[in-house]
Design a protein around this ligand. Structure first.
Ligand SMILES: Cc1cc2nc3c(=O)[nH]c(=O)nc-3n(C[C@H](O)[C@H](O)[C@H](O)COP(=O)(O)OP(=O)(O)OC[C@H]3O[C@@H](n4cnc5c(N)ncnc54)[C@H](O)[C@@H]3O)c2cc1C
Ligand code: SF4
Ligand code: SF4
Length: 372
């Protein structure tokens, strides 16, 4: 029997229509024939195949042997062990519920502007600025708020300068498929890309590299993961924050999640919304996601723990370790031992376990993707 060459037909049947698809858009940016689109209207956040070329569930290029979308998809078949093996040379142990890491520290930007703009310790923004200014990457794929920010619609975009990194800093809790900014970065002449994203997106460069997805894979040079237990539908603004709590979207100035939704308004008032009230607006693409700790990033960053202005930092790959060491040596970041916050690792483990229980059978199926 010839080797299986899984293509869009298999991706559609096994990932897109089973609830395993996170909407990460890796398949869309990897498709060399531009026959995959991305629907981000009304909270959909899904790829689709254009009607003119085989319809929703088939692809003429796939029939002729193109397998690139399945090679890029970080939810296709045995994605987790394949990426683990590629990045770390081994598959994680059962008790490594937050993925494989070399070190966990608390870190933050020393630059006061980056620290102030960051959601937690500004580590992610400091990493991006350092990588841009030290010739590690040409551009970073990040998330901005659309327009003047009053719609709170998170959109993918490109950052090439310190001021663009600053404009993108902070967290939005609706979905932004940062991977989609790939084409914009290339059009601007960038070849070496940094990607910031939650685990669903942070596994994409690893999937592409593990399965040899060509030049798209080679362009991703740095992956920064964001710890994440879920994102919310954009409808949460009118339907919950405004309808139930009277918090008008245009008047919200900042949001955070620390056990509750923390909401700061432009008039200076502060409000809390219990997370259990927000449950009904959980984005569908998150319901089966097993990855809290962005397990395939070079560096993963989170905000849990006792210290609001430090970033919980999981150093995973050699590249991530080297970059953080250089930044610390140059005084771009400061670090402190994770043991300074004794509760944070147990909490990381607990939240990682909660997410792992959501993983569907499809995400652990041990069938390697064909190399044909
Ligand atoms: C949707 C979401 C859920 C999260 N959930 C948790 C959690 O449950 N527990 C936890 O410990 N940490 C969580 N985090 C991570 C946390 O909010 C911080 O992003 C992290 O601690 C890094 O802080 P920082 O100050 O170093 O980052 P910053 O310097 O503020 O940089 C943050 C980066 O994240 C990007 N970004 C912002 N919003 C989005 C988005 N919606 N999609 C993609 N990229 C985005 C920005 O463009 C920016 O580059 C979540 C983040 C997001 C975006
Ligand atoms: S998980 Fe990502 S790569 Fe896989 S089908 Fe969905 S959008 Fe495409
Ligand atoms: S829970 Fe977070 S990491 Fe998982 S699919 Fe949703 S947004 Fe992505």
């Amino acid at each position: 029997m010839p080797p299986e060459k899984p293509q869009w037909r298999e991706l559609f049947a096994e990932v897109v229509t089973t609830g395993a698809c996170t909407g990460c858009a890796a398949c869309v940016v990897t498709c060399p024939y531009d026959v995959l689109g991305y629907d981000d209207a009304d909270g959909v956040y899904r790829p689709f195949h254009v009607a003119q070329d085989g319809g929703a569930d088939d692809c003429t290029h796939g029939q002729r042997g193109c397998t690139l979308c399945t090679r890029a998809c970080p939810r296709f078949r045995a994605w987790e062990p394949e990426i683990d093996q590629h990045l770390f040379g081994r598959v994680r142990a059962e008790d490594e519920v937050a993925g494989i890491s070399r070190e966990v520290v608390l870190a933050r930007a020393t630059d006061p502007e980056l620290l102030a703009a960051g959601q937690d310790g500004g580590l992610v923004s400091a990493l991006l600025v350092y990588a841009l200014e030290h010739d590690v990457i040409d551009a970073a794929l990040v998330s901005y708020l659309e327009g003047d920010g009053t719609t709170w619609k998170a959109i993918p975009g490109v950052a090439r300068t310190r001021s663009e990194v600053l404009a993108a800093a902070g967290s939005r809790y609706t979905y932004s498929a940062n991977t989609l900014a790939y084409s914009e970065a290339l059009a601007a002449g960038a070849e070496r890309l940094g990607l910031v994203g939650m685990g669903c997106q942070a596994s994409a460069p690893g999937a592409m590299a593990a399965r040899k997805a060509g030049k798209v894979a080679r362009r991703f040079q740095l992956t920064i993961g964001l710890l994440c237990s879920k994102t919310f539908d954009d409808a949460i603004f009118p339907e919950l924050f405004e309808a139930r709590y009277g918090l008008a979207r245009a008047e919200i100035s900042k949001m955070n999640i620390k056990g509750v939704f923390q909401v700061w308004m432009r008039d200076g008032s502060y409000h809390e919304v219990p997370l259990k009230h927000a449950r009904d607006w959980t984005r569908e693409g998150c319901l089966k996601c097993p990855d809290f700790a962005a397990e395939h990033a070079d560096v993963s960053a989170g905000g849990i723990g006792a210290f609001g202005d430090w970033t919980l930092t999981l150093v995973r790959t050699e590249k991530g370790a080297d970059l953080l060491a250089a930044m610390a040596a140059d005084g771009a970041i400061e670090t402190r031992p994770v043991g300074d916050d004794p509760g944070v690792l147990p909490l990381l483990e607990k939240l990682s376990n909660v997410s792992r229980k959501r993983g569907p059978g499809t995400t652990r199926r041990m069938i390697p993707v064909g190399t044909g």
